[in-house]
Design a protein around this ligand. Structure first.
Ligand SMILES: Nc1ncnc2c1ncn2[C@@H]1O[C@H](COP(=O)(O)OP(=O)(O)OP(=O)(O)O)[C@@H](O)[C@H]1O
Ligand SMILES: [Mg+2]
Length: 385
């Protein structure tokens, strides 16, 4: 098993900063996802780990071994591409065994018997028994994905790299294959990096999630932590739903007070430890729908008045969209909650669940001592460096 250390990585293509200031340790045997919108640098980071790109600066270590300039075939990584990249004229067996045939062990080629043995094992592992002689066009999308996975695993890699492996599959198959990947990953305890732009997929499959935007890691934490304590406005918005309200800080402390544009004052807490908030600073308050309820649970709860403009019945819940002044807000209530369109409703938000976030995204993180981005050059000037 291998722990991957990414130290201060940057990769540019001409003027484009594909990824920058990446500092992460990906723990051995864990599944880490790189999650973010199209173009945020996920594939670039994965390809740096695989060795298909060399970084402009920074180092990559597999345990203590510096692999930054080591070619892909010497890194013991297995990679699965988004489009499977199977050879259409080859059988399942030949597709899977190709990598082994190319590979020499101690200067010797694998014997045909050793190859057959290994291929049979991974075919079992991905549940493709009996299909070894088919060619890819005789397989379903899910089966082709299993072959691609088997091909990545047959070389017994230390690190498994998966780039949006399920994006070509329909919803049901995607779910099924997601479970399969988790099963295989746990069975082999293989350090895995999984690229996706699907939030639900990332939350359900990962030990750790790195949320990326515009080339930067915005947060690297467990799925629970990412949802409950988003560190930037981008993360709060990208993972799950939130109501955002701009405000200005009027007092500091564990619970800060902030004034909304209509003069109401709310009390909230920042999920961002160590950030130097200041009185008078403009911030954004974020509240999850399930944290806006019709019952008061504590005298310190914030009270917010709004007008319901849409009530959506979701079976297990009611989703109420409402206006607080000019702001669109959303609340998730029990299915029997008395709420109809046009109602004036009073909602309560515990002050621990009103998340106060600084404006400025990644640049705000740079102000936090001990943060992986602390005192790195500012995002704007790094493009000129
Ligand atoms: N070979 C390249 N040459 C020039 N620019 C590139 C190259 N590869 C990536 N880029 C640019 O780098 C940025 C990051 O691209 P990357 O492929 O890593 O994004 P991604 O997060 O994988 O996106 P997607 O979800 O669409 O696959 C983008 O702006 C992209 O246009
Ligand atoms: Mg990509």
């Amino acid at each position: 098993m291998v722990t991957i250390h990414l130290v201060n990585l940057r990769k540019t293509f001409g003027d484009v900063i594909a990824t920058d200031d990446v500092n992460m340790d990906l723990e051995e045997g864990k599944l880490t996802t790189l999650l973010g919108p199209s173009g945020c640098g996920k594939t670039t980071l994965l390809r740096l780990i695989a060795g298909f790109y060399i970084p402009d600066r920074g180092r990559i270590f597999f345990d203590d071994r510096d692999v930054t300039e080591i070619p892909p075939n010497k890194r013991k990584t297995g990679m699965c591409f988004q489009n499977y990249a199977l050879w259409p004229h080859m059988t399942v067996f030949d597709n899977i065994s190709y990598g082994l045939k190319m590979k020499r062990m101690n200067g010797m080629k694998y014997t045909p018997a050793a190859i057959a043995n290994r291929v049979e094992k991974v075919i079992d592992l991905v549940h493709m028994q009996g299909l070894a002689n088919r060619t890819p066009h005789q397989l379903s999308g899910g089966q082709q994905q299993r072959v691609a996975l088997a091909r990545a695993l047959v070389i017994e890699p230390d690190v498994l790299l998966l780039d949006e492996p399920l994006s070509n599959l329909d919803a049901k198959l995607r779910h099924e294959m997601r479970e399969e990947i988790m099963r295989i990953q746990k069975e082999l305890s293989i350090t895995t990096v999984y690229v996706t732009h699907d939030q639900n997929e990332a939350l359900s499959i990962s030990d750790m999630v790195a949320v990326m935007d515009k080339g930067y890691i915005q947060q690297y934490a467990s799925p629970k932590e990412i949802y409950a304590r988003p560190q930037t406005i981008f993360v709060a918005d990208f993972i799950g739903k939130c109501t955002f309200i701009d405000a200005e800080i009027t007092s500091l402390g564990e619970y800060m007070k902030a004034r909304l544009p209509d003069g109401q004052v709310v009390s909230g807490r920042s999920p961002l430890e160590g950030y130097p908030f200041q009185v008078g600073e403009r911030v954004r308050c974020a509240v999850r729908p399930e944290d806006l309820q019709t019952e008061r649970t504590d005298p310190t709860d914030n009270e917010i008045m709004g007008v319901a403009n849409e009530v959506v019945y979701l079976g297990s819940n009611l989703e109420i969209h409402f206006k607080v002044g000019d702001i669109d807000a959303v609340s998730l209530l029990p299915p029997d909650a008395p709420a109809s369109k046009g109602d004036k409703i009073r909602l309560f938000a515990p002050r621990a669940n009103v998340m106060v976030l600084p404006l400025g995204g990644v640049d705000a993180l740079r102000k936090i001592p001990g943060h992986p981005l602390y005192s790195q050059p500012a995002a704007v000037s790094s493009s000129a460096a």
